[in-house]
Design a protein around this ligand. Sequence first.
Ligand code: SAM
Length: 257
Amino acid sequence: MLREGELVYLLDEKGRRHWLTLSPGMVKMSGLGVVSGSKLIGMEEGSRISLGGSEFVILRPGARELMESLDRGPQIIMPKDAATIVFKLDLKPGDAVVESGVGSGSLTTALLNAVGEDGLVVSIELREEFAAKAKRNVSRSPFVKAWDLRIGDALDAPVEAEVDAVVLDMPNPWDALPNVATFLRPGGRFCGYVPNSNQVEKLVWALRSSGYVEVEALENLQRQIEVHEGGVRPSFEPMGHTGYMVFARRALPRSPQ
Ligand SMILES: C[S@@+](CC[C@H](N)C(=O)[O-])C[C@H]1O[C@@H](n2cnc3c(N)ncnc32)[C@H](O)[C@@H]1O
């Protein structure tokens, strides 16, 4: 049953999402008029309601919908790439992960969703204004209590915990590798997210020369399939470039013979 204080959205017939936090009394929603919050509290998720002659379905957001609706600052990591990152880093409930920078907090939302309330996401961000934006966006995650946001530089910010994984979405991730070695556990997993192929090359060589193993670079291409009365075909939407991902695992240095 939907409870007071929950963030939900009303899905209209055109697939648009209209957001509201459930509270008793009348709630003004732009484009929809006034909605009775008291009527929605106690309903089952997925219920259909009628407003001004149109039908809406009431739903709780998951990480994907939170990421798609956040207030954007710098370029965000999209759900398609975040899904690959979460799986390739083998993130599971209770894991600890460090990310830098935080930007708008899009990837943070996916990381929190993966590690859950018993996990830990430490986010290191250089710029206070991006940290403040990320704070507003990430506060909507149900797992925000597992989040530790810090202002700092990934090149030298100390992290006290030994963590299972690290994600760097910043222009020069190779420069942060000496610091990463102080908190990424042996066998732990690394991801660098970069938009340009020259950065991929530089990062792959830096990881290899730092002793990382299973170094792998990839791009994730996805296209929507549209189903119409007349047929089924890929969407005409262009497949825009998002970013390259470089994955690796940290190995200990060879011991002297
Ligand atoms: C592309 S944005 C990250 C977007 C984020 N992953 C998301 O999904 O919303 C890159 C961020 O890295 C931060 N940054 C750049 N260099 C940094 C450094 N050395 N240490 C910490 N943050 C850094 C920038 O301020 C910026 O917020």
